[in-house]
Design a protein. Structure first.
Length: 153
């Protein structure tokens, strides 16, 4: 391939698919969650008042609002998330993180962090990982809810 941009995009897409499959499998086995469900809970955890509208969640997860509805229904039945109406606009409702959901996302994040370390172990230096994170962050700069952004930056 002579076009480095095209090659880079294909490798990013391949890496994303590989990581999503690997992480979804482990998260499902340990926590009963898919990767996207875990990310949904992480977005709620970081949100003010631990709540977001379905539209805001859809933007953060790069899915449609109807997909968010399908994702949250089983989580709601299990008590991991709840629903809260907007007191000023009857058409608007929020998905809220419950206490049970908070515990689950905390445990799932620990699993994700451990697995993330394993992805790079014996292949990358810490500085290379920091550089990669920064370069990938530039691709999604300005997008809502960057979970890769450190809280202490």
């Amino acid at each position: 391939m002579t076009n480095p941009s095209f090659s880079a995009v294909l490798r990013l897409l391949g890496a994303q698919a590989h990581l999503e499959e690997r992480f979804t499998s482990a998260l499902g086995a340990v926590h009963g969650l898919a990767l996207k469900e875990t990310l949904l809970l992480m977005h709620l955890e970081r949100a003010p008042r631990k709540r977001l509208s379905r539209i805001d969640l859809a933007k953060r997860l790069y899915v449609s609002p109807s997909t968010v509805t399908r994702m949250t229904a089983p989580l709601e039945k299990l008590g991991r998330v709840g629903r809260e109406a907007d007191p000023r606009d009857a058409r608007l409702s929020y998905v809220i993180l419950t206490d049970a959901g908070q515990q689950l996302v905390s445990d799932a994040r620990t699993t994700l962090e451990r697995m993330s370390d394993n992805v790079f172990r014996d292949r990358w230096t810490k500085q290379e990982i920091v550089s990669l994170s920064g370069l990938l962050g530039r691709l999604t700069a300005g997008q809502p809810g960057d979970l890769g952004q450190s809280d202490d930056v």
